[in-house]
Design a protein around this ligand. Structure first.
Ligand SMILES: C[S@@+](CC[C@H](N)C(=O)[O-])C[C@H]1O[C@@H](n2cnc3c(N)ncnc32)[C@H](O)[C@@H]1O
Length: 413
């Protein structure tokens, strides 16, 4: 049953603490895990996020003294989540590192380190490549690993903001020639400004964390939640709560996290390739046949899609097979009487609404969970989660996802 309560958080600051560090498609606003944790009165134990992205729910867990564990297949997301959950650095050390960088940026005197970035001249202007290469050379000389990660996250944003890619798209699209003729970004300035903003976010986070009696820990892994999650790292009956936002659909037709992250992944030489991220993302391969999930709202929707377009129906089936398998894996990790909270939107395929929210409830019911409550949230402004690009054509978006569900289930058996 859907509960009527306002979860819109219209006008609230969604970038406080380390949430300011880096943008990400379909980023979870911190107010959601904050409200869930306070509603369930959780202020100790373990929080797990099997699709942690940039670690928004992990940061909120830490703020309440919970130990947190996250996993994501995207190496850029892992890097950002590591940075956002780290509160071990001395602010004076970061301040000095930023001041040194600003000094360097006045007379940059390093040979640019330019990695292998596919079609680099298409995505960046020549002078931008030179400046980014110098910043990267500077970054490579930073010895302190934590400061290096802090700088790498700011560098990733600098790469994105100084590239020729259009803002507000899921995938990589280049600005047109006319726009580019007047586009002259200064990577040094962008980097310095980003470092300053992130520093303020860090200060607020650090101040809060230093007041806690218990110093919670954060672990970020690269496990694929659809495959078996290694027991030696994340044991069974381990987590008190899961708060997560899984992908809304396969990466071809919804958010291509790999493509979004590609330029940063290549500039920073992060291990997995961006193509791997999209291929291994949920629903990355097409199912050979249409199957039944024994969840009638889902089965009916798939049948209707199949009657219009069999190929699309098989893609949809593949996504739900992966979602169901990951829910099996996640269920094992949750303690008895523990909670799972999934934040998800229902999307439309071939003009049929896919009831992902209902599917999640069915799959958790099968694993011994009972519904604790479901809340409906209006997404207040035109942010990325509600823009769906069904045809992969730039700018061709349908506004199907203006509402999302916050589904809370409790493990009974
Ligand atoms: C909606 S985003 C999560 C955003 C996150 N809540 C935040 O605030 O940044 C979904 C995430 O799932 C990750 N993902 C997709 N398939 C995955 C899989 N099989 N295992 C683990 N992570 C996966 C994507 O890389 C993406 O970061």
């Amino acid at each position: 049953m859907i509960k009527t309560e306002d979860w819109t958080f219209n006008g609230e600051n969604t970038r406080d603490y380390t949430h300011i560090y880096h943008d990400y498609p379909a980023r979870m606003i911190p107010q959601i895990p904050r409200k869930i944790l306070s509603m369930l009165n959780l202020n100790k134990g373990i929080l797990f996020d099997p699709y942690c992205g940039t670690g928004s729910s992990l940061v909120e867990g830490l703020l309440l003294s919970l130990d947190v564990v996250g996993t994501d297949i995207n190496p850029l997301a892992q890097l950002i989540a590591k940075a956002k959950t780290n509160y071990s650095m001395d602010p004076k050390q970061i301040r000095k590192a930023i001041d040194d960088f600003i000094y360097f940026s006045v007379y940059p005197n390093l040979t640019p380190a330019i990695p292998n970035v596919k079609n680099i001249s298409f995505w960046f202007k020549e002078d931008v490549i030179e400046s980014l290469g110098m910043i990267l050379a500077y970054l490579q000389k930073i010895e302190n690993e934590n400061i290096k990660i802090f700088f790498s996250v700011a560098f990733s944003e600098t790469v994105r903001l100084s590239s020729n890619t259009r803002r507000g798209e899921f995938k990589l699209f280049r600005y047109n020639k006319q726009y580019l003729s007047n586009f002259n970004p200064d990577p040094f300035k962008i980097m310095a400004e980003k470092l300053e903003k992130n520093y303020l976010g860090y200060l607020a986070f650090k101040r809060h964390m230093d007041l806690l009696e218990y110093r919670p820990k954060a672990d970020i892994y690269s496990f694929n939640s659809v495959k078996d999650i290694p027991n030696e790292f994340i044991p069974s009956n381990y987590a008190d709560i899961v708060i997560t936002s899984p992908p809304y659909g396969d990466s071809h037709t919804t958010v291509a996290y790999g493509q979004y992250s590609r330029l940063s992944i290549e500039w920073l030489s992060l291990s997995n390739s961006s193509e791997d991220v999209d291929k291994t993302s949920m629903g990355g391969s097409r199912a050979p046949q249409i199957i039944k999930f024994e969840c009638s709202p889902l089965d009916l929707a798939i049948e209707e899609i199949g009657s219009k377009n069999e190929k699309r129906a098989k893609e949809v089936v593949s996504f739900y097979i992966d979602l169901r398998q990951s829910i099996k894996n996640v269920s094992k990790i949750v303690k008895q009487n523990g909670y799972v909270c999934y934040i998800v939107a229902d999307r439309t395929v071939s003009e049929v609404m896919l009831p992902t929210s209902e599917a999640i409830k069915c799959f958790f019911n099968d694993e011994g969970f009972q519904e604790f409550g479901t809340y409906l949230r209006n997404i207040p402004n035109k942010r990325m989660p509600m823009l769906n690009s069904p045809t992969n054509v730039s700018g061709n978006k349908s506004k199907t996802m203006t509402k999302e569900f916050i589904i809370i289930m409790k493990k009974i058996s």
